[in-house]
Structures are given as structure tokens and as C-alpha cells.
Design a protein around this ligand. Structure first.
Ligand code: PHE
Length: 451
């Protein structure tokens, strides 16, 4: 059994790790392309509601449980359940969570590889003077080159494994103190640039993302928004639970969670506001799919002063943001192997990474050679994404909140969260009623046959 570990030296260190895990490709790569595919505002507004009404309480619940348990997610769930006099089968929340993180990393690493390769492509000056046709062609050629995708997926996975094996994630997170604000500033710069050059397309983008159009809402979009809220906050995988085990008693969970959620939302919205004006101004399709940022942002970098340098910087920052998330995705599997087998940390990392890397290869082939290989009408990438974001994460999120709301002593939680009577009533109402019903309803609505 693992001994209980040291605690975060400061609230700042904890914030950096939690925000480092949350902010990543999910905000900059996935959010815009999903918004584009799901018709814009219906997705965006439901995502925002899900982030604050469902995501935030679940984030608090994961930290709360993690801080009690002081172990990995599976043992934490088991121990806390036992302490509350409940069945140890609650550990399944932890088990499905670890499996989810494993599956997500296999495709996350492929996309992380794209971001890394785009540093080199940008540095070569490839974007200079390009329009939408050029960047689309460039990306299409890029996707067609299996060897390229393979090399960069391997590089990204290797970097992730290297950091996890050495246990130097904290160092990486510290460098995020520079990288994250850098990424934020560049995103703001890109939004301003998009506003200046794209004329009426900026307004069109704003309308597309934010003007409520509830008639366009579908079960599919709502489920996608819910799943993305979990993905984006790194919820439902025991990751935040594991981080919670390092939290000191004095840290205020609610205000810390609020900061993380707000930060996460801001990055996603900025990314959307940088990308969609370019989409509309250049006659590209919002529903372009997983390549959306890779065909839009290079247009901006290719046509602005200093664009090559800024493009290189942008993809460096993006790669860092992706790495701080990918190390958090690898950690649970490695810890589990370390505990359950006799493997050392380094060997456990090598074994897990190789398996994830191999699954990643199947995933990268689904963008080219194996495009036609489908199961339930989905290629491997889509299938992995679907299985995790739309099924596993909502289920484990549901398990977490039902556990926190119904299985744990509420009076103790009230004291721990320093809740006054009104907020306590709200907490119970959300955890016990609103969130469970909403998650179940959204899942049923999302899986119903669509017109
Ligand atoms: N939240 C990360 C992102 O948005 C991805 C992630 C998902 C990280 C799940 C850890 C766990 O990019």
C-alpha cells in the first residue's frame, strides 16, 4: 500500500497542476471544432451551463473525496466508501476512470503530435501568404503522411512518458507559469487580429457562437456539450481525485474550483473567437472537423507581421499545454501498475506508454489508411472519443456526484466546504437531484435515435 504523500506546498502549486491538466487541447483544438460541428451556439451555451452547474460541483466532489482518501482513485473510492459504511463496489468509479484516461491518452497523443509537428511547419515559414485553400491543402497532405503522424505521435508520447517516469511533472507545471500566460496573450492577440481583419465575419462568428438558437438544439449536441465539459475539466477519470489527495486542509475547494472552471472556459471561448471569424472570412466550413484549428490559425499567422515567429510560439505553447494534460492522463495507469505489480515506476511507465502508443497508432491510421475501417459507423478515433466523452466520463461523473451527495455524511461536507445554510441547501439540491437527473436525462436524450 502507498503511504500517504506530502501535500502541495502552496495553493498556487495546486492551482497550476489542476489548471495544467484542465487547460489543453480540449480547449483550443476540441472545443472549436465541436462547436462548429454541432451548429455553434446551441452547443456553446449548453457547454457553459454544464461547466458551471454540473462540472464545478463534480470538480469539488472529486477533490473532496480525494482529500479524504489520500490514495489513487480506485483505493480512494474503496476506502472512503468503507469509511462511510458503503459498498466497496464504489471502486468501479475509479476503475472506469483509469480505463478512460488510458483510452483518451491514445488519441490525445496523436493530436499532441500534430501540435508539435506544426511548430516545425510554422518555423519553415510554410504559412506565409496562405489562404484557406492553401492551409486546407497543407493539412490534407499532412494527414495523408502516415510516417509524419507516426513520428510526431511517438515524439509526443515519449515526452509524456519521460516526464512521468522521472516524476518531474512539477517542474513542467512550474514552467507553465510562463507558458500559460503566453498562450493566453497570444490567443487574445489572435482574437484582436481576427476582429481587425475579418470585418463582418467577426460579427457573424459572434452570432454563430453566442446567439441562442434553441430550436437548433439536438440530443446529440447536448450530450456532446456535457461530455466536453467533463473532458475539458479532466473530470470522471479520477485525475482530479488523485490531485485532491495532495490538497492541504486549509485550501478552499469551492473558490479554487471556481477559478479553474473560469480559466478553462475563458481559454475555450478565446479560441473560438479567434478561429470562427477566420472560418467565415475565408469561406471555410465550421463543420470541418478535427483539423479546424490547423486550417484556420495558419491563415492568420501566414498573413500578419511577424506571423512566423508568432506561429512558432503559439504551437510551442499549445504543445506545452497538451503535455501538462497528457502527463495527468498517463499518471493514473502508471500508479496503478506500480501498486498492483512489482514494476518500478520507470518500467510501469514504459509498459503503459507502449500499450497506449500502439493504440494511438491505430487511431492515427484512422485519419488516412484506415479511414474506412469502422465499427458502429465510426472510425477508431471517433469511436474512442465517443466511448470516453459520451459514455464513460458522464457515467463516472454521475457515480462521483451520487456518491458525494447520497453516500457521504453531508454535515461533514458542509463544514469542510464552509457552507452557509443557503449554499448548503444549494449544494445538496445540485448533488442529489439536479445533476443526477440532468446527466441521466442528457444521456438518454443523446442516445435516442436522432432525426
Ligand atoms: N482537460 C484536458 C484538455 O482539455 C484533457 C484531459 C482530459 C486531461 C482528461 C486529463 C484528463 O485538454
Amino acid at each position: 500500500m502507498k503511504k500517504s504523500h506530502s501535500q502541495w506546498s502552496s495553493r498556487m502549486g495546486f492551482m497550476l497542476a489542476a489548471a495544467g491538466s484542465a487547460v489543453g487541447l480540449g480547449n483550443i483544438w476540441k472545443f472549436p471544432y465541436m462547436a462548429g460541428e454541432m451548429g455553434g451556439s446551441a452547443f456553446v451555451l449548453t457547454y457553459l451551463i454544464c461547466m458551471f452547474v454540473i462540472g464545478l460541483p463534480i470538480l469539488v466532489a472529486e477533490w473532496l473525496i480525494g482529500r479524504r482518501g489520500q490514495k489513487n482513485p480506485i483505493h480512494t473510492m474503496e476506502d472512503v466508501a468503507k469509511a462511510e459504511g458503503r459498498s466497496k463496489n464504489w471502486r468501479w468509479v475509479g476503475i472506469i476512470g483509469v480505463l478512460g484516461s488510458f483510452l483518451i491518452l491514445s488519441f490525445y497523443s496523436v493530436i499532441g503530435g500534430w501540435a508539435t509537428d506544426y511548430i516545425v511547419i510554422a518555423a519553415k515559414g510554410s504559412f506565409v501568404g496562405m489562404n484557406g485553400n492553401g492551409t486546407s491543402q497543407l493539412f490534407e497532405n499532412f494527414l495523408g503522411s502516415v510516417s509524419h503522424l507516426f513520428i510526431w505521435h511517438t515524439v509526443f508520447m515519449f515526452a509524456t512518458a519521460f516526464i512521468v517516469a522521472l516524476g518531474v511533472g512539477a517542474g513542467l507545471e512550474r514552467s507553465c507559469k510562463i507558458m500559460m500566460p503566453g498562450l493566453g496573450l497570444l490567443l487574445i492577440g489572435l482574437v484582436v487580429y481576427a476582429a481587425l481583419v475579418s470585418g463582418p465575419a467577426f460579427e457573424q462568428a459572434f452570432k454563430f457562437l453566442f446567439t441562442p438558437n434553441w430550436s437548433a438544439i439536438t440530443g446529440k449536441a447536448v450530450l456532446a456539450a456535457l461530455g466536453h465539459a467533463f473532458f475539458s475539466l479532466s473530470l470522471g477519470m479520477g485525475i482530479m481525485m488523485a490531485y485532491g489527495s495532495y490538497l492541504g486542509k486549509d485550501v478552499n475547494l469551492i473558490s479554487t474550483a471556481r477559478t479553474v472552471v473560469i480559466l478553462d472556459v475563458i481559454v475555450a471561448i478565446l479560441s473560438g473567437m479567434a478561429i470562427f471569424p477566420l472560418v467565415f472570412a475565408n469561406g471555410l466550413q465550421p463543420g470541418e472537423g478535427a483539423g479546424l484549428i490547423f486550417v484556420t490559425l495558419p491563415i492568420a499567422f501566414g498573413n500578419m507581421a511577424g506571423g512566423t515567429i508568432l506561429g512558432v510560439l503559439f504551437f510551442i505553447f499549445l504543445t506545452f499545454a497538451a503535455l501538462t494534460s497528457s502527463i495527468s492522463l498517463l499518471e493514473p495507469t502508471v500508479e496503478l501498475l506500480e501498486e498492483k505489480t512489482r514494476l518500478s515506476r520507470v518500467s510501469a511507465t514504459v509498459v503503459s506508454s507502449v500499450v497506449i502508443w500502439a493504440l494511438g497508432i491505430a487511431c492515427l491510421l484512422s485519419f488516412n489508411e484506415w479511414k474506412q475501417v469502422t465499427l458502429f459507423g465510426k472510425n477508431i478515433f471517433d469511436l474512442l472519443d465517443y466511448l470516453t466523452s459520451k459514455l464513460m466520463l458522464p457515467l463516472t461523473g454521475l457515480g462521483t456526484i451520487v456518491f458525494a451527495g447520497w453516500m457521504m455524511n453531508q454535515q461533514l461536507i458542509r463544514e469542510e466546504l464552509h457552507l452557509g445554510p443557503a449554499l448548503f441547501a444549494l449544494w445538496k439540491f445540485l448533488c442529489r437531484i439536479v445533476i443526477p437527473i440532468a446527466v441521466v436525462a442528457i444521456m438518454i436524450y443523446g442516445f435516442m435515435p436522432q432525426k
